[in-house]
Design a protein around this ligand. Structure first.
Ligand code: IPM
Ligand code: SF4
Length: 465
């Protein structure tokens, strides 16, 4: 029977089945400072040890400062949480990548960078954007606090088997259109519910043509599409991305792994519960106008008219979003002035993202009305960017150059956008107050944020590139 990529990864991890639920064994459990403490509390209450510390990895990223010179103590509000997290994981012997560690960064950036997630693996973290690493051909997904405790104690979880959805993107992308634009186009077309209950596989010629880092951006937004799991069949691009990574197999073991990984693609004739498709050539640089990722429109488009809402509930949501974002229906989105430009997050702060933004920024200046900042996705991205001189390009233009963490993406540390301020952002969520109280978010790709920063307003990057 032909099988899907999802089935090929899920099935060998089934330890037991009960009705519609499978006990799925976990190859990796990742932890971060924001969501893990209650799980440790549960372990203590039940007197349970961590099952496999070698398969567990803790990262400090969410609640910390990013200003140069920051430490785990810099943000006093969350410093006690970070301290407790550090103590809990070190007492249990779980490897920890904290601030000051050369490998530090946002957990979903670090996991791949370290080769800690590999094709065919199952991986979980108390964080919905764990789906990012499906780009390597793994089943990676976010879990809640109760599940974290279970995952730590048993290295396995009882889960309902998701349905399968394939989104096929064929055709050729405009070179100024990226993985981020594909993701926003998919979510705007099929809604934030399009992938609900499904593991989504992205396939097609436009997906194979994406760089591995762009695939991560696409898979990152799977949760915004309603799907906890997004994955892409691993290919040579993935294998060479992983070769030589600190935790990836080495030498003959790596070659043997690649041979096995080559089998991780959906078979011809494999059956999916749902199929969507979209033409790559039709995708323009995208930007969100409202408070949901599905409120994405081509940058040369207009804010929708209320009469175009599909039903009354969307109409009411749009009304509220328009009021919150202080925008008029029917007006072009281009030219909307911005106050903050943020290049960061686990969505779009890898080296290729910084390079793409720097190409737009090079030789230009950030508009006087804009606070612009780059927060690299990891310390290693930051070092590599500095070695290439990208930091100089950004700084010369007037960007701030920060230490790695989640930062403005979710404003869980000291970085905030400011009340009533409008931010062009490379992150993945734009709900009310996401980037701090009263913040207004417009999601877009790194080159689009760069274009907005220099023009002081939402801009079609194709007019600058
Ligand atoms: C803090 C964490 C629970 C959260 C998530 O699960 O996604 C965060 O990373 C986010 O992006 O909102
Ligand atoms: S960068 Fe943003 S989306 Fe990613 S893990 Fe951090 S808070 Fe969540």
């Amino acid at each position: 029977m032909p099988r899907t990529l999802f089935e090929k990864v899920w099935q060998p991890h089934i330890a037991r089945t009960y009705g519609t639920r499978d006990l799925l064994t976990l190859d990796r459990v990742f932890l971060h400072d924001m969501t893990s403490l209650p799980a440790f509390e549960t372990l203590r209450e039940h007197n349970l040890p961590v099952a496999n510390v070698a398969r567990t990895l803790a990262v400090i990223d969410h609640t910390v400062a990013t200003a140069p010179g920051r430490t785990e103590e810099t943000y006093p509000v969350m410093a006690p949480t970070v301290r407790s997290f550090r103590r809990e994981v070190t007492e249990r012997g779980i490897p920890l990548i904290g601030l000051g560690d050369p490998a530090q960064g946002i957990v979903h950036v670090v996991a791949a960078e370290q080769g800690a997630v590999l094709p065919g693996m199952t991986a979980v973290c108390g964080d919905s954007h764990t789906c990012t690493n499906g780009a390597l051909g793994a089943i990676a997904f976010g879990i809640g606090s109760t599940e974290i405790a279970h995952a730590l104690a048993y290295q396995a979880l009882w889960l309902p088997r998701p349905k399968t959805l394939r989104v096929t993107v064929n055709g050729v992308l405009d070179p100024r259109v990226s993985g981020k634009d594909i993701a926003l186009a998919i979510i705007s077309r099929f809604s934030t519910d399009g992938g609900t209950g499904c593991a989504v596989e992205y396939a097609g010629s436009a997906i194979s043509a994406l760089s591995v880092e762009e695939r991560m951006t696409l898979c990152n937004l799977s949760i915004e599409f309603g799907s906890r799991i997004g994955l892409i069949a691993p290919d040579d691009a993935v294998f060479s991305y992983l070769e030589g990574r600190p935790r990836a197999p080495k030498g003959a073991a790596f070659d043997a792994a690649v041979t096995a990984w080559r089998g991780l693609a959906s078979d011809d004739g494999a059956r999916f519960d749902k199929e969507y498709s979209i033409d790559a050539g039709s995708i323009a640089p995208m930007v969100t106008w409202g408070t949901s990722p599905e409120d994405a429109i081509p940058v040369n488009g207009a804010v929708p008219e209320l009469r175009d809402a599909r039903d009354q509930s969307q109409r009411s949501r749009w009304e509220r979003a328009l009021a919150y974002a202080n925008l008029q229906p029917g007006k072009p989105i281009q030219g909307t002035p911005i106050d903050v430009a943020f290049i960061g997050s686990c969505t779009n702060a890898r080296l290729s993202d910084l390079r793409a933004a720097a190409r737009i920024v090079d030789g230009r200046k950030v508009a006087a009305t804009v606070r612009a900042l780059v927060v690299p996705g990891s310390s290693s991205v930051k070092r590599q960017a500095e070695a290439e001189g990208l930091d100089r390009i950004f700084r010369n233009a007037g960007f701030e150059w920060h230490e790695s963490a989640c930062s403005l993406c979710a404003a869980l540390g000291p970085d905030v956008v400011g009340r009533g301020k409008r931010c062009a952002s490379t992150s993945n969520r734009n709900f009310e107050n996401r980037q701090g109280p009263g913040s207004i978010t417009h999601l877009m790709s790194p080159p689009m944020v760069a274009a907005a920063a220099v023009n002081g307003a939402i801009t079609d990057v194709r007019t600058l590139a």
